[in-house]
Design a protein around this ligand. Structure first.
Ligand SMILES: Nc1ncnc2c1ncn2[C@@H]1O[C@H](COP(=O)(O)OP(=O)(O)OP(=O)(O)O)[C@@H](O)[C@H]1O
Ligand SMILES: [Mg+2]
Length: 1045
């Protein structure tokens, strides 16, 4: 698991990466050389490097020193996320990286408020400059930025392309070799934001300006200008695009390098100059100088008859003069003559050909070298901390970055290699001193007895080179200044005389036979801490002199070119003081550098190149061994391992190895120190194998640690099982707790809601009841606020109830009892409903049925409650007729003619005398009725003459039609008995419109006889219907009793 870039275990504690990769040590080696079992074995050291290199693990520690192997390919380990991984993380928590060194240095600077420095060393092409750029980039990206200085990080980064263009060149070893030493200070404010920068440059390899070995190039800027500069610019500088046209660029026969794009780099440089605040004028002036150097290289000399020299090429000199703003003839003169000043007078001596060429080259070197120094100054101005932003910058700490030449052994080593190797010797001295010091400091702070560390002290070599009056540099200076014949050879002799018996100095003359074979007579050999180097003395004096003729300096002083006039001051010419020799100058600046470094806390990056062919993946063992040796890495390891191979804070150690001891697993509650003691006791560490300091455990041999680590690995399945079990348990418990919690939350929410709802309902109910009661009390009052709800409710519920219980038929007379407040409305509604039902009923009714109903209504009006057999008739339909047309005799029909028979019914006619019954048909037409005896109409009764109709109130069928007495033709009233008396009487009443002439009588009915006499029909109730002549000549009709129950 990863958290903020750290390896974090299940319980969230930091895991140490270094220890955890020990399991894979067979494949990827160890991350720290101190863990090598055989720390004295160079082979084991190199094997470890090789294993890691094979896995693209280019970084390895020796304690806190970072060893870096140039991968010669882009690795995906420098991205921003990678930077984040290393932020705020200590060594050992994470795999070795240049970012780890950068971050630790930065944090040390912030926490201790002390100056820090990172010293990067290694041979040419080993990746020093790349490492320093990575460090700068890390700071530029990860450090906070100051509000006003947001561009400083940018400017720091942009200083690189400029310095590389002017100070780097393609060499046989490196296509982008830095040909100067560089020390850069980056200053940070109290917030940790970079606020200023300063660069110191050392010993630029000026000889490259005039000469390059085969396969090498001059400084990049020349090629960049010719390739990238616009045509106008080149024209202005009188330059041609082809580098072959310039003598100073053709020596190495290699103007084009496939890995370098001069055009692109030119753009980058121009942009960087802009970022760093160079004005257009600055840039132009600078380019004038670069162009002038190229023209100077093309100036040729010829020899006169008397050996005097003259310039044969006018144009280049004219161009130089124009570009540098000097007088052309003065320049020509100065290039071919030398001015000597004695006490009395000045003498001008012509130079011979070689001297003139040397003077020209010296001028080119001086112009270029000083311009380079000016450039650094100018960059420094741009990077300088702007004082006005801070009250005082004194307190601000710095991180110094030293990217300086490493130990160099070439086929032919000259003055430059001598200086470089001297520098490396001094840095090694500083390194040993500081490493031992810090080692000792750690022992002291941890309270561990100091154990003497054996190491090679290279003071003897440093003294050999630098000792005042006695060292090689002093002798060299002396030879340069000594009057009389001096030469490189005489210098060598002097060395032999002085150091004849020195154990680290050998010459051909001093050497034994075997060594003599591999040394030329012009060489001296120094036995450096890193190995033997033969230096060829040729050119030593000249290079040390680094002199320029005085008259040339004078010409330069008068230059119109701002940079040149700044670089060549008139004081230099007038000052009689002897100028400092190059070696001494270098020595002094180196001593100053060491002073600077001594005041700082150092960190080290040791760079190694894996092969000479600049190829990825190729590990040249011989070459690596060589570098391991001269970088003093074995020495370094020995010093680090002198005491103890491994040290770790109690907390970290206990954290990792506590599973190995039952008392410390899973947690140790006591003091950490006791925990570690218990643990190592349990592990069976012997007293000589380890020591407990104040906060750290020191383990002497890696083997002890490996055994412990292996034990941990063996224990892991068991731990894993325990962890798994407890993790699962924990997870399940956590899950259970979560669910339980969730249930409780839901339950309480639900209960709460239910409770609230119930309370609300109760409140509402109480309110309702209150309103009801109040309403009930006020129910008889007018509609008012107190009873409105109650009344509304009563009305509403009554109406609702009513709507569901409305009578469905007109016969249904039921109606809900209304509340008092709705009595009137209820009555209205009842009527409306009835009317509505009636209306609906009527609308639905058929004409025949209407007719039926009309008849029934009439029947009801006549007979209801009047006649006993009426109720029986109600349910029986009245027929249209009870005698069909076919049943009527044709003759009768013919007699009736146009009078249509509306109704016919069989009846029994009783004679008025004797009451003989005779069956007859009674036919009713529109205006009269006829009694028919089969074929004959026996009697016609006009309705107009009909006096009335009488029936009894009993259940009999007697009908008495009262005829008018004055009508002679009539034979008195007609006595009929009909089984359908109700129907017959109703029809007759309707057809004859005699509704008001119907008499219903109980007891007896009188009737008129034929001759004015009168008869009586008596009606009595009996068991069955019987019509017969009774007593006193009355007709007695017995009507059956109707059971009404
Ligand atoms: N970490 C790296 N990743 C990828 N390539 C690298 C790395 N370090 C170095 N290189 C390659 O190696 C080349 C040489 O590196 P660099 O210029 O840093 O060497 P140097 O030690 O500064 O040499 P010199 O002493 O000549 O200046 C680089 O141009 C680059 O191609
Ligand atoms: Mg470099």
């Amino acid at each position: 698991m990863r958290y903020q870039g750290r390896e974090v275990d299940i319980e969230g504690r930091v895991r140490l990466v270094m220890e955890s990769t020990l399991t894979a040590r067979d494949r990827v080696g160890v991350q720290d050389f101190v863990l090598l079992e055989n720390h004295n074995s160079e082979a084991a050291f190199i094997e470890n490097l090789r294993r890691r290199f094979r896995e693209n693990l280019i970084y390895t520690y020796i304690g806190s020193v970072l060893v870096s192997v140039n991968p010669y390919k882009e690795l995906e380990i420098y991205s921003k996320p990678q930077m984040e991984r290393y932020r705020g993380v200590s060594f050992y928590e994470i795999s070795p990286h240049i970012y780890a060194v950068s971050d630790n240095t930065y944090r040390a600077m912030r926490t201790t408020w002390r100056d820090q420095c990172i010293l990067i060393s290694g041979e040419s092409g080993s990746g020093k400059t790349e490492a320093s750029k990575k460090i700068l980039l890390y700071y530029a990206v990860t450090c906070p930025t100051h509000d006003h200085m947001t561009t400083l990080g940018d400017r720091l980064l942009q200083s690189n392309p400029i310095l590389e263009a002017f100070g780097n060149a393609k060499t046989l070893r490196n296509d982008n070799s830095s040909r100067f030493g560089k020390y850069m200070d980056v200053q940070f404010d109290f917030k940790g934001a970079p606020v200023g920068g300063h660069i110191l440059n050392y010993l630029l390899e000026k000889s490259r300006v005039v000469h390059q070995n085969h396969g090498e190039r001059n400084f990049h800027i020349f090629y960049q200008l010719l390739d990238g500069g616009g045509s106008d610019l080149l024209q202005m500088l009188d330059l041609e695009r082809n580098p072959q046209n310039y003598q100073y660029l053709v020596k190495g026969s290699c103007s084009k390098v496939s890995s370098i794009s001069d055009k692109t780099n030119w753009k980058a440089v121009m942009n960087a100059l802009l970022v760093l605040g160079f004005t257009e004028d600055d840039v132009q002036t600078l380019l004038n100088i670069i162009a002038s150097v190229l023209h100077l290289g093309n100036s040729q000399f010829g020899e006169g008859e008397e050996g005097e020299t003259h310039i044969t090429t006018e144009t280049p000199i004219a161009n130089v003069a124009k570009l540098l703003g000097v007088n052309a003839s003065a320049l020509s003169e100065a290039l071919t003559h030398k001015k000597l000043t004695t006490k009395e007078e000045e003498v001008i001596i012509p130079l011979n050909f070689e001297q003139a060429v040397a003077a020209r080259d010296a001028l080119a070197k001086a112009v270029y070298g000083r311009t380079f120094t000016w450039l650094v100054e100018k960059i420094n101005q741009s990077l300088a901390l702007k004082d006005d932003m801070y009250h005082s910058n004194k307190a601000f700490p710095v991180i110094g970055l030293l990217d300086i030449y490493g130990f160099e052994v070439l086929q032919n080593n000259s003055f430059e290699q001598f200086c470089i190797n001297y520098c490396s010797e001094k840095l090694q001295q500083l390194f040993i001193e500081l490493t031992l010091r810090s080692e000792q400091e750690e022992y002291t702070t941890e309270g561990i007895a100091w154990e003497m560390v054996e190491y090679f002290d290279n003071k003897i070599i440093c003294d050999l080179i630098e000792e005042k009056h006695k060292g090689i540099i002093s002798i060299l200076d002396e030879e340069c200044l000594r009057p009389g014949e001096t030469s490189d050879a005489s210098f060598l002799e002097k060395l032999e005389d002085t150091f004849g018996s020195h154990p680290h100095f050998v010459t051909h003359k001093l050497a034994n036979g075997k060594t003599r074979k591999v040394m030329s007579r012009e060489e001296f050999r120094l036995l450096h801490y890193a190995g033997e180097v033969n230096y060829n003395v040729n050119g030593f004096l000249d290079k040390n002199n680094d002199s320029m003729n005085r008259n040339l300096k004078e010409v330069m002083c008068q230059s119109d070119n701002r940079i040149i006039s700044h670089c060549f001051s008139i004081e230099e010419v007038t000052d009689q003081k002897r100028p400092q020799m190059a070696a001494t100058h270098f020595k002094n600046s180196l001593l100053k550098l060491l002073e600077i470094l001594m005041t700082k806390e150092p960190s080290y990056v040791r760079c190694i190149k894996p092969n000479d062919a600049k190829q990825p993946g190729h590990f040249d063992e011989v070459l690596v061994r060589h570098q391991v040796r001269y970088l003093g890495l074995m020495e370094n390891l020995r010093v680090r391992r002198a005491g103890f191979a491994y040290r770790r804070s109690f907390e970290a150690f206990l954290q990792r190895y506590k599973p190995l001891c039952p008392e410390t697993w899973p947690n140790w509650d006591g003091r950490l120190e006791d925990g570690v003691a218990t643990l190592v006791n349990h592990l069976g560490y012997q007293p000589e194998e380890y020591k407990l300091g104040r906060s750290k455990i020191f383990i002497r041999l890696p083997k002890t640690l490996f055994l412990t680590e292996d034990a941990l690995q063996a224990k892991k399945p068991e731990i894993a099982l325990t962890l798994q079990t407890s993790w699962r348990g924990y997870r399940e418990r956590a899950k259970y707790k979560r669910i339980r919690h969730a249930i409780i939350v839901i339950q309480s929410a639900w209960r709460g809601m239910k409770g609230r709802r119930r309370a609300k309902r109760r409140r509402q109910a109480a309110e309702l009841i209150r309103r009801f009661i109040k309403g009930f009390i006020y129910r008889h009052e007018d509609y008012c606020p107190e009873n409105e709800y109650f009344l509304d409710h009563v009305r509403y519920s009554f109406l609702m109830k009513l709507s569901k219980n409305l009578p469905t038929s007109v016969l249904d007379k039921s109606w809900l009892a209304s509340p008092p407040s709705l009595t009137e409305a209820s009555e209205h509604l009842r009527k409306l409903n009835m009317r509505n039902m009636v209306m609906k009923y009527c609308n639905r009714i058929q004409p025949e049925w209407k007719n039926q109903m009309t008849q029934k209504v009439v029947a009801s009006e006549i007979f209801k409650d009047q006649k006993d057999n009426y109720p029986q008739s109600v349910g029986r339909l009245f027929l249209d007729t009870r005698i069909e047309r076919e049943q009527i005799n044709l003759k009768v029909l013919q007699t009736l003619g146009s009078d249509k028979v509306l109704y016919g019914v069989p009846v029994t006619k009783y004679d008025r005398r004797g009451f003989k019954p005779r069956p007859r048909q009674l036919l009713l037409s529109n205006t009269f009725a006829v009694l028919v005896d089969r074929t004959k109409i026996k009697q016609r009764i006009d309705y107009a003459t009909l006096g009335g109709i009488s029936v009894s109130s009993l259940s009999d069928g007697m009908v008495i039609l009262h005829m008018p007495s004055e009508d002679k033709k009539q034979k008195g009233d007609v006595l009929l008995h009909c089984n359908h008396v109700i129907e017959l009487v109703t029809k007759l009443a309707l057809i004859a419109r005699m509704l008001n002439y119907i008499n219903i009588k109980p007891g007896s009915i009188r009737f008129a006889g034929a001759r004015g006499d009168e008869g009586i029909v008596d009606f009595v109730r009996g068991s069955e219907l019987k019509v017969a002549k009774g007593k006193r000549g009355h007709l007695l009709v017995t009507a059956p009793r109707i059971n009404t129950t």
